[in-house]
Write a protein that binds this ligand. Structure first.
Ligand SMILES: NC(=O)c1ccc[n+]([C@@H]2O[C@H](COP(=O)([O-])OP(=O)(O)OC[C@H]3O[C@@H](n4cnc5c(N)ncnc54)[C@H](OP(=O)(O)O)[C@@H]3O)[C@@H](O)[C@H]2O)c1
Length: 334
């Protein structure tokens, strides 16, 4: 095994109780322990997401059943990985020291640190040459969410019409590009300030959410992807074509009830999907799909801002305002 230099301790973000952004500190902690089939990654960038904020705050309460009833079981937050292989276990065959890699530790947070250890068969891939570490970190979260929604849940087909609500956010900016790449006609809902950005990603039409109500449309869309979960199946139903589907990222009693009731008389339906809980081998396969799309220039990351690890609490405060366009990237200290 190749050992990284100066490897006794590392800097990491740390959350040992649930609460507001102020509960996050940055501290020196022990390096991760590697097994023979693990790689050790010297992290260059990660990203702060809304789910990270939900886990930090234990809001909704159900988070505690996954993350720890009284306090977080895993004190280092973050799932998005972008960095260089610093060391490999003796049985590792896919990676070598120096490889530039990106991936995710989700659903087990640990990425907001200078070093992360992951099994070599985890959702981890070699980064395309043109990609920088910040973009790579942001894309892992947004692609691994958007792609299963569009491909597996919506089964989006060329020529279909999709509306994306929350098109300027992390997942939305990737969903617009993917839907366009899949040959759909894309209507994006965002604020006027983000209209140029979303158009540049390939949206065919833009609806300013502050001046128009997209739910007033009649039988206009095969798919409504409510990326930010701010609308509802009931509100969107009229805007769906017969056999159309409303997809949301956000759990609510209303969407669960809609799923229990199933299709309506026109075969329209609503569905919540939980992409974060997909099997790791499926996410690992999708990292290769992501690498391929980026290498071919079909997909780009959108970065709102880059902040140092020391500003992690400020980054959480900013992300939970839900006003960012694209990703908030955290750069790791070298
Ligand atoms: N189900 C799952 O497995 C899963 C996995 C990952 C994430 N999620 C969830 O996915 C959601 C979206 O995450 P994200 O990271 O893409 O969000 P994000 O990056 O925080 O989205 C921010 C954008 O949302 C837009 N927005 C804010 N309020 C809105 C509203 N009322 N209506 C429409 N758009 C609004 C804003 O753009 P404009 O002002 O331009 O509209 C803002 O730029 C989160 O709730 C997260 O928890 C679910």
């Amino acid at each position: 095994m190749t050992q990284p230099a100066n490897a006794a301790t590392m800097k990491a973000a740390w959350i040992d109780r649930y609460g507001p952004p102020e509960v996050i500190t940055v501290r020196e902690t022990a390096m991760p322990v590697m097994g023979p089939r693990d790689v050790l990654i010297r992290m260059r960038a990660s990203t702060v997401t809304l789910p990270d904020c939900a886990f930090r705050a234990a809001d909704p309460f159900i988070v505690r059943f996954f993350a720890g009833l009284l306090r977080p079981k895993a004190p280092i937050p973050g799932g998005a990985v972008a960095g260089e292989i610093a060391a490999v276990g003796e049985d590792v065959i896919r990676f070598a020291p120096g490889d530039r890699v990106f991936g995710t530790t989700d659903p087990n947070p640990s990425a907001m640190a200078q070093y992360v250890a992951m099994p070599e068969d985890a959702p981890l891939a070699i980064m395309p040459d043109a990609l920088d570490f910040g973009e790579a970190a942001g894309l892992t979260y947004s692609f691994l969410t958007a792609m299963p929604f569009l491909r597996d849940e919506a089964r989006l087909q060329p020529g279909q019409s999709i509306l994306i609500n929350g098109a300027a956010g992390s997942i939305g900016t990737v969903a617009v590009q993917l839907a366009r790449h899949m040959g759909a006609h894309v209507t994006a809902v965002c604020s006027a300030r983000n209209a140029d950005l979303v158009s540049s990603l390939g949206a065919d039409a833009i609806i300013d959410r502050h001046t128009s109500d997209f739910t007033r449309a009649s039988a206009a869309y095969d798919v409504i992807f409510d990326v930010v979960g701010k609308s509802s199946y009931l509100a969107c139903k009229k805007a769906l074509k017969p056999r159309g589907i409303y997809l949301t990222t956000t759990p609510s009693f209303a969407i669960l009830w809609a799923m229990i009731r199933g299709k309506d008389a026109q075969a329209r339906r609503g569905k919540l999907a939980t992409t974060g809980l997909r099997p790791l081998p499926d996410k690992a396969k999708d990292m290769l799909v992501l690498r391929d799309l980026v290498a071919k220039g079909k997909l780009h990351g959108v970065i709102d801002r880059v902040m140092p690890l020391e500003a992690i609490a400020e980054a959480h405060r900013y992300v939970e305002q839900e006003t960012k366009a694209g990703d908030v990237i955290i750069e790791m200290p070298r």
